[in-house]
Design a binder for this molecule. Sequence first.
Ligand code: FPP
Length: 246
Amino acid sequence: MSEDSVNRPRHIAVIMDGNGRWARSRGAPRAHGHQAGFRTTRDIVEACAKLQIESLTLFAFSSENWKRPEKEVGFLLDLFLRALQSEVAKLHENKVRIQFIGDRTAFSDKLQLQMSEAEKKTLNNDGLKLAIAVNYGGRWDIVNAAKKIATDVQQGKLQVDDIDQTLFGEYISLSHLSEPDLFIRTGGEKRISNYLLWHLAYTELYFTDVLWPDFNEEEIKRAINYYSGRQRRFGKTGDQVVNNDA
Ligand code: FPP
């Protein structure tokens, strides 16, 4: 299938898994795997921009990742900081708009500052919308939305009867983006792991055994080809979709 003829997803959401196993298979420390994973992240962002994907959301650090050994958590946070320092200028040049989702209050002031500066600098870019989930959990996101809605009701800005799925969705992270069309998880596990729980309701799921540091442009094209062959029915029958019935 030629690249032009594939039905491309507008928004891809990724769980980048397998860095640790990639390192272990080489007898190297886990940090080596994360470093290699970072290089893959850079390549995949570039590939998505080239393939004209509108939005890419990456799970970089889950709210459960704090349970890892202190040294590994420290390494990952340091890697994010260094990545921001080294990559933002180039991403900006390439018109990428960066946004972070998750509870960032747990991070150092320095890291929080780098994040908000990256967001501010790239705010008006009209290229790839890159969202990075850090200290993020899907349940946190839903609870956070519920709290904000409750506050607005309490302050009289909303009535309880105004609350429906559309309104709720507006309080969830990434409400300004289209919902993910394609979810990719590398590293062989077939789980959502508290990722974008609200958003993935109708998303096509793609799991691959390839470990994140080995994932590349060819692999993401494979995932996109898988997506292009799926028929998205959103609860309708296959015939309705084929006939384009409302
Ligand atoms: C999962 O592999 C990976 C992570 C928890 C961290 C993700 C970080 C990167 C890909 C590198 C940096 C990215 C940015 C945006 C700067 P794992 O450690 O769970 O692997 P395992 O399942 O094989 O142990």
